[in-house]
Design a protein around this ligand. Sequence first.
Ligand SMILES: *[C@@H]1O[C@H](CO)[C@@H](O)[C@H](O)[C@H]1NC(C)=O
Ligand SMILES: *[C@@H]1O[C@H](CO)[C@@H](O)[C@H](O)[C@H]1NC(C)=O
Ligand SMILES: *[C@@H]1O[C@H](CO)[C@@H](O)[C@H](O)[C@H]1NC(C)=O
Ligand SMILES: *[C@@H]1O[C@H](CO)[C@@H](O)[C@H](O)[C@H]1NC(C)=O
Ligand SMILES: *[C@@H]1O[C@H](CO)[C@@H](O)[C@H](O)[C@H]1NC(C)=O
Length: 384
Amino acid sequence: MELPCGLLLLLFLTVSSSSAAATLAVSTAPVPAPAPRPAQDAEGLLINGNFEAAPRKLNKTLIVGRHSLPGWTLRGHVEYVSGGPQPGGMFFAVPRGVHALRLGSRASASQNVSVRPGSLYALTFAATRTCAQDEALRVAVSPSLSPPADVAVRTLYSGADADTWAWGFRASSAIAQVTFANPGVQEDVACGPLIDAVAIKELPTPYPTKDNLIKNPGFEIGPQVLKNSSVGVLLPPKQKDTTSPLPGWIIESLKAVRFIDAGHFSVPAGQFAVELVAGRESAIAQVIRTVPNRAYNLSFVVGDARNGCHGSMLVEAFAGNVTQKVPFQSAGKGGVRPASFRFLATGDRTRLTFYSSYYHTKASDGVSLCGPVLDQVKVVPLKA
Ligand SMILES: *[C@@H]1O[C@H](CO)[C@@H](O)[C@H](O)[C@H]1NC(C)=O
Ligand SMILES: *[C@@H]1O[C@H](CO)[C@@H](O)[C@H](O)[C@H]1NC(C)=O
Ligand SMILES: *[C@@H]1O[C@H](CO)[C@@H](O)[C@H](O)[C@H]1NC(C)=O
Ligand SMILES: *[C@@H]1O[C@H](CO)[C@@H](O)[C@H](O)[C@H]1NC(C)=O
Ligand SMILES: *[C@@H]1O[C@H](CO)[C@@H](O)[C@H](O)[C@H]1NC(C)=O
């Protein structure tokens, strides 16, 4: 049911560009009960989410008119760019198709999306900086229960490829206005992040089970991974468990963790796992309910993503009264090793935290951040 309805709506919205056509379509094809349905394709791309439908009016690369770009409402200096080498020596990596948007000083692009109030969503989007300085991309959803967030757009994570990011929000009404903005003001008004491939996915709320107190223990519930994207999805820091794009998990600290898929990486179990790509600067945590002074067994697996990340790795895990260091020697071939330890809960809630002790970069370029993989996290109470 999801797919045909979404496709129909997408077709309807893209085909009927004039209001006359829209009226005709409405009167000849009555729409069934107005259940809120996201207007995306099977992959969750927003309308013109890959920016392949061209603006109606351009002045060189500058888009003229707030409503000129199909599907989007624009503000400020927004350019319509093609990927590849650019005048001035920059290279824009456009991950999806050949076009992307470049948001100049204080510029923004927004789209209204149908959502289910109360539900959790993850937006996936590709972003690259286009000038020499650090750039930020502000993601905001209005109305929603999540404050806007700034993603620092650098090229540390995926080398020459554009990074793909995900951001989570909880909807608070049936229409959510999704806005991507450049909060900065640069000397060159055109300078600012490039965005492409914007998708949305509704995420179920995970619960602990009687066999495992961890929610979303194998990271199987997470943001949309675009089919052709081989760089994984970066989850920015400072994500609370209630609005995280990785439901149940908190992303702490200063840098991102990477959500990886079995189609492009070695994943210990299931379809997804996380790669701890930024050493001690990025940790992943979860708070579980415990009985004070009771003993629990925490188990998990560490491994490597088979992405050219070699060397001696060390994952540190913290739970209750215990810190455990799990060494892992990566040959970059997708190895896996299990680990487990017993801890004593000190209160009725216990925080479990994982991070990588060391920093790693890919052997191929020496700059792209990578690290150990974490999967299959499990906590069970031990008999007294
Ligand atoms: C195109 O942009 C240039 C530079 O901003 C401006 O001088 C020119 O008038 C614009 N042309 C049109 C047709 O709007
Ligand atoms: C999007 O929704 C906001 C209110 O949430 C409204 O002000 C705006 O006009 C809508 N934009 C479009 C293009 O429908
Ligand atoms: C994915 O990649 C294949 C092969 O490069 C290409 O034919 C296809 O059009 C791409 N799909 C999308 C949705 O970009
Ligand atoms: C903890 O769980 C792991 C994985 O299920 C298991 O191998 C290990 O024996 C358990 N340890 C204890 C003390 O029960
Ligand atoms: C944690 O508590 C357990 C009791 O289950 C105890 O055996 C262990 O020594 C404690 N570890 C630390 C580091 O205090």
